[in-house]
Design a protein around this ligand. Sequence first.
Ligand code: SAM
Length: 208
Amino acid sequence: MSWETAWSEGRTGWDAGAPVPALVELLESWEGEPGRALVPGAGSGYDALELARAGWDVTALDLAPTAARRFEELRDAQGVSADSARAEVADFFAWTPAEPFDLVWDYTFLCAIEPDMREAWADAMWRLIAPGGVLVTLIFPIFDHADGAPHREGEPGPPYRLHPDIVRGLVAGRFDEAGLYEPTASHPGREGMELVGRWVRRAEVEGG
Ligand SMILES: C[S@@+](CC[C@H](N)C(=O)[O-])C[C@H]1O[C@@H](n2cnc3c(N)ncnc32)[C@H](O)[C@@H]1O
């Protein structure tokens, strides 16, 4: 089933109907001026709207035109201006913005793409984020540590399980780790399955 089909048939079980508490918490303690932010795989865009309310100039990117329409309806209903939060219908892996971003917020996007696209995800993050800019990944769902295995071949998804070491490996040599912590609150049913990772983009690739 394509993402657009899921959206047009209303099969959007991941949609929590509100900004993720970890983002609200992050924005409350954010140091520095808001700049240009990207939310890839934004869906209905609750998080993009939260960023816009905190002063960020936001692009809510999604492949599915129905998701973008839903975002625009929500944005208008919530009185957020189209100048501060715009929808972009595009494939994250192929899209080139006019300018790079100061912040990318990834929530339920990395876990939604096929695991064999993860290296391409990291390459795109490198292209899309300005030197010194920040990638924040809400790492979800954390895999079962007792079981110990990351995503297994043939296991159904999305979501595909994640672990901080997976993200570390993906961004190695291009981003510096600037923090990893458990948020104090989560959407109901997602408690204990989330970690927030902050990664700062280097000016140059290590050894490059
Ligand atoms: C699991 S949903 C999460 C949506 C939203 N972040 C949320 O938490 O409600 C993943 C979203 O990524 C979008 N998506 C999947 N692949 C994409 C791609 N290559 N480029 C842009 N968006 C994509 C889907 O259309 C879908 O809206």
